[in-house]
Design a protein around this ligand. Structure first.
Ligand code: NAI
Length: 338
């Protein structure tokens, strides 16, 4: 069975190729192009298309894929917010890789938090240029502070366990509370409003849905403690970036660690260092000394790449053998169309 992979990078291809011999009936064709309506015709004749977080999987693309014979869309990531499920429904099945390495993302979240808080990004470049001064590098002690987690699924729970070791007070907001997490971490579930009001650090770990798009906006930023540190390793559109920029300008937000950005497609994962940044919001974000922006990197560990490749190929094998799909997004489809 032929699989057309889009938007692939060498490190991903390596992970998939390492497993290819265990799946002799699957033929893996890797492409570097992002999947868009313009590139979708390249998948003609491929029953399976494998896509990633910044591929365009809106109605037009899915229509072209379906016309070309695609019956399975295998997302090699956890989130599927970029897939128009309404358009996919009835045309093709959609699978994903849930929870391939919550620790990878949780540990990176911690790294971003510590980096922003203790200004490691500035210290690193300063010292390399022979500037050994400490002015402007003050951080805060996390011990005793309040850390709020929005979303306590796999990644949120892993991050909560890491933060519990810092001796912080943990607040959680999630429509589906995990009672065991309370016992394990000593944290408490509360409303989003209370979490925003009391947290010194806020970290986002919920999936992006139409309901929580721009969850962090001018109003919710206004409810936060002055100087709050905001960390987002989930999805860029959870934050209204222009509102965040205003909050950084006034000091309402004291620092931000962002692994995702709402308009990241077209920039993230690419070397754009010789080109002009045309996105003024992104360019403004990069001017703040208290913002650390990374390029959707939180998942990038050897273990996570291997696990993504393994589960993706298993998902495709299930489809090939006509078995029920263990990781179909239909089970979690918020639209309930089927
Ligand atoms: P999960 O499905 O295990 O947990 C998500 C949790 O969020 C659930 O408990 C759900 O009830 C909760 N939730 C949903 N809407 C919410 C809301 N409005 N407020 C509070 N909680 C809400 O997902 P998992 O594996 O923990 O991943 C979370 C997200 O992390 C993914 O959806 C994806 O967007 C992002 N992610 C980012 C990666 C990166 O490299 N930066 C890698 C992998 C995932």
């Amino acid at each position: 069975m032929k699989i057309a992979f889009f938007d692939t990078k060498p490190y991903e291809r390596q992970a998939f190729q390492a497993l290819a011999s265990a799946y002799p009936s699957l033929s893996l064709d890797f492409r570097e192009e992002r999947l868009t309506p313009a590139t979708a015709p390249l998948a003609e004749g491929y029953p399976v298309v494998c896509a990633f977080v910044n591929d365009d999987l809106q109605a037009k693309t899915l229509e072209i894929l379906a016309r070309g014979g695609t019956r399975l869309l295998a997302m090699r990531c956890a989130g599927f917010n970029n897939v128009d499920l309404r358009a996919a429904c009835g045309k093709m099945q959609v699978v994903r890789v849930p929870g391939y390495s919550p620790q990878a993302v949780a540990e990176f979240t911690l790294a971003l938090l510590l980096c922003v808080n203790r200004r490691l990004h500035r210290a690193y470049t300063r010292v390399r240029e022979g500037n050994f001064s400490l002015d402007g590098l003050q951080g805060m002690v996390l011990h005793g502070k309040t850390v709020g987690l929005v979303g306590t699924g796999r990644i949120g729970q892993a991050f909560a366990r890491l933060m519990a070791g810092f001796g912080v007070r943990l607040l959680f907001s999630d429509p589906h509370p995990q009672p065991a997490l309370l016992l394990e971490t000593g944290g408490e579930y509360t409303s989003l409003e209370e979490l925003l009001r009391h947290s010194d650090v806020i970290s986002l770990h919920c999936p992006l849905t139409p309901e929580n798009t721009h969850l962090i906006n001018r109003e919710t930023l206004r409810q936060m403690k002055p100087g709050v540190l905001l960390v987002n390793t989930s999805r860029g559109k959870l934050i209204h970036t222009q509102a965040l920029i205003q909050a950084l300008k006034t000091g309402r937000v004291g620092g931000a660690g962002l692994d995702v950005y709402e308009e990241e497609a077209g920039y993230f994962f690419e070397d754009r260092s010789s080109r002009i940044i045309r996105d003024d919001v992104l360019a403004r974000l990069l001017t703040f000394p208290n913002v650390v922006l990374t390029s959707h990197q939180a998942f990038l560990t050897h273990e996570a790449l291997a696990s993504i490749a393994q589960t993706t190929l298993e998902n495709i094998r299930e489809f090939q053998e006509g078995k029920p799909l263990s990781h179909s997004v239909c089970q979690e489809c918020p639209l309930h169309l089927c």
